[in-house]
Design a protein around this ligand. Structure first.
Ligand code: ATP
Length: 266
């Protein structure tokens, strides 16, 4: 059984200016424990795919399944991590990290301890009683990761979670997230504009093309790269070849007029 399955999925957005086909007949299957990155030019539908998997959006046609079940609304089985950390400034780090459990009515002695353990694991052990403004951007994003992991989702959706961070912090967080998800056998879907990040973190890369959003091609990341920590993966043979291959796909799309946003945005 697949962790995530998009079966003939199309998504049409309708607004005052008419209808825009953001995704057309997308077929995608992700195995449990697999780390898949979605890349492609701006507007090709990457975030729409995540919204569909999360249950925030219902497809215009086709089916989205999570562990075999059609998904109709958000479920704790699927966690979502965004570019912004969205921490509440008036809540402590512990209170921010545990808010999901609180809302689900699952905050008890055991889950509190789990959140404290996760904070410790993310190097935030001494910060539980601090407030978000006392933390750096990278630390805040680690709190967001704890908040997402606290509800013990099986699938993590990561929508450009590193793009607001400085380069060094981004590399460190890539390593931390990769190790954390691998150790727990989580399934992950990462949306990124950074091809090197996609190669360093993923088992498989799916390239989407715009107008309308479709799967253009897929690439399996060589085993040696997959087994390395993202930081070191960049030095392994095959990395640059795969980068060039994927970059070539982007150039091809540019040549065909891809890379633009659809009419819905204007
Ligand atoms: N709610 C909406 N209403 C109308 N059009 C939308 C809506 N959401 C997205 N779109 C359009 O659908 C297309 C796909 O959007 P989406 O955000 O999924 O793309 P993306 O690949 O994630 O883009 P980016 O890389 O710029 O974040 C775009 O043309 C966008 O303008």
């Amino acid at each position: 059984m697949y962790a995530v399955e998009l079966d003939g999925v199309s998504q049409v957005y309708v607004n005052r200016k008419g209808a825009y086909v953001a995704l057309q007949d997308v077929q995608l299957a992700i195995a449990p424990g697999e780390f898949v990155s979605l890349i492609g030019p701006s507007g090709c539908g990457k975030t729409t795919v995540l919204s569909l998997i999360s249950g925030l959006l219902t497809p215009t046609s086709g089916t989205v399944r999570v562990f075999g079940e059609p998904i109709q609304k958000p479920t704790p089985k699927v966690g979502y991590m965004l570019q912004q950390d969205y921490l509440f400034p008036w809540r402590t780090i512990f209170e921010n990290a545990s808010i999901g459990l609180e809302l689900l009515g699952r905050l008890n002695a055991a889950s509190r301890q789990y959140v404290l353990d996760l904070l410790e694991e993310m190097g935030l052990g001494g910060y539980a009683d601090r407030y978000p403004h006392q933390l750096s951007g990278g630390m805040r994003q680690r709190v967001a990761l704890v908040r997402t992991l606290a509800a013990e989702p099986d699938i993590l959706l990561l929508d450009e979670p590193f793009s607001a961070l400085d380069y060094q912090t981004k590399l460190q967080l890539e390593d931390l997230i990769s190790a954390t998800l691998k150790a727990r056998g989580k399934t992950a879907v990462l949306v990124t504009h950074d091809i090197t990040e996609a190669i360093a973190m993923s088992d498989r890369i799916v390239v989407l093309q715009p107008n309308p959003g479709r799967v253009l091609t897929e690439a399996i990341v060589p085993e040696a790269i997959r087994e390395a920590q993202p930081l070191h993966a960049r030095e392994i043979g095959g990395f640059h070849e795969l980068f060039r291959e994927l970059w070539g796909r982007f150039e091809q799309m540019d040549g065909k007029g891809g890379g633009g946003h659809g009419p819905a945005e204007t």
